[in-house]
Design a protein around this ligand. Structure first.
Ligand SMILES: Nc1ncnc2c1ncn2[C@@H]1O[C@H](COP(=O)(O)OP(=O)(O)O)[C@@H](O)[C@H]1O
Ligand SMILES: [Mg+2]
Length: 270
């Protein structure tokens, strides 16, 4: 059992405080949905957890099993078991999906570290990577299991990918990296119904008792396919209410205008 704890998290970007005291505990086996109006700071929270250098944490902490992530570089956070899928994944022309995944998996599983410890230069091609044959076998298995077309492996990462293809690639990444905690930012936005099914099926398959999910979403739609244990409302940089799936249904009915009315006047203190 692992625990991801966000404690009184404050963060600024370009001198503006965007996160104003976020508190959230996510345990293995739980799915927690975070819903909120546009501009409330949901993506900022994802970036801060990932360790994006643009965002400065001014107060609070993020811990995995009691160990702070704040002093870790982004790749160390990945090794610690945190996976993030961003709202706007970048295209990397020239780097195939297979090569990208082999590098990422090698980092997470310690091949890279091992090579460095043995005094191998990372410049020796393949010396710091998971063996090709083994990697290929696993990749093929997972592509089959998660309904990803085999031709994906050779394509350049996110280059000319449709919204649905980007999200399938993220599911494949999660399946390969086997994170303790997966944080998905707007995995449903802009997806047609078939793509939404693929993504939801992938999440449901991966939502095992040893993994926690934080689903960041504006719309209730994906929650028709992935059943959350908890739903929190995020507004102006902090969580203003937490409950069960009924919270998502209530938002669906009453909209975010209600949130604005209900919580706009509350003093922002934490
Ligand atoms: N890199 C940045 N520079 C300046 N302001 C930013 C930056 N990133 C986010 N913001 C601001 O932070 C606020 C929250 O944005 P964001 O986290 O994207 O919200 P959400 O994902 O909930 O729509 C917005 O007002 C946005 O303009
Ligand atoms: Mg966002």
């Amino acid at each position: 059992m692992s625990v991801l704890e966000i404690r009184n998290l404050h963060a600024v970007v370009e001198d503006a405080e965007i996160l104003k005291g976020v508190n959230l505990t996510l345990r293995s086996g739980e799915i927690h949905a975070l819903m909120g109006p546009n501009g409330s700071g949901k993506s900022t929270l994802a970036y801060v957890i990932a360790g994006h250098p643009h965002y400065e944490v001014t107060e609070g902490d993020i811990l995995i099993d009691g160990e702070s992530l704040l002093d870790m570089e982004a790749d160390e956070r990945t090794r610690a078991g945190v996976f993030l899928a961003f709202q706007y994944p970048v295209a990397v022309p020239g780097v195939s999906v297979a090569n990208f995944l082999r590098t990422a998996v090698s980092n997470v599983r310690g091949y890279t570290q091992q090579a460095e410890n043995n005094g191998n230069s990372p410049a020796v091609i393949g010396s710091n990577l998971m063996p090709m044959r083994e990697f290929r076998r696993e990749l093929n298995e997972k592509m089959k299991e998660f309904n990803v077309d085999p031709s994906f492996a050779r394509r350049y990462l996110n280059d000319g990918f449709s919204g649905g293809e980007k999200k399938r690639t993220e599911v494949l990444q999660m399946a390969m990296l086997e994170p303790k905690f997966a944080i998905l930012d707007e995995s449903d936005s802009g997806l047609d119904i078939d793509a939404l099914r693929v993504v939801s099926d992938g999440i449901n398959k991966l939502a095992t008792s040893d993994r926690g999910f934080l689903l960041i979403t504006h719309y209730q739609r994906i929650l028709n396919y992935v059943k959350p244990d908890y739903v929190s409302i995020f507004f102006r940089g902090r969580i203003v209410q937490t409950g069960g799936p009924e919270v998502a249904h209530m938002l669906e009915e009453r909209g975010y205008g209600w949130v604005e009315k209900e919580f706009a006047d509350e003093p922002v203190t934490a």
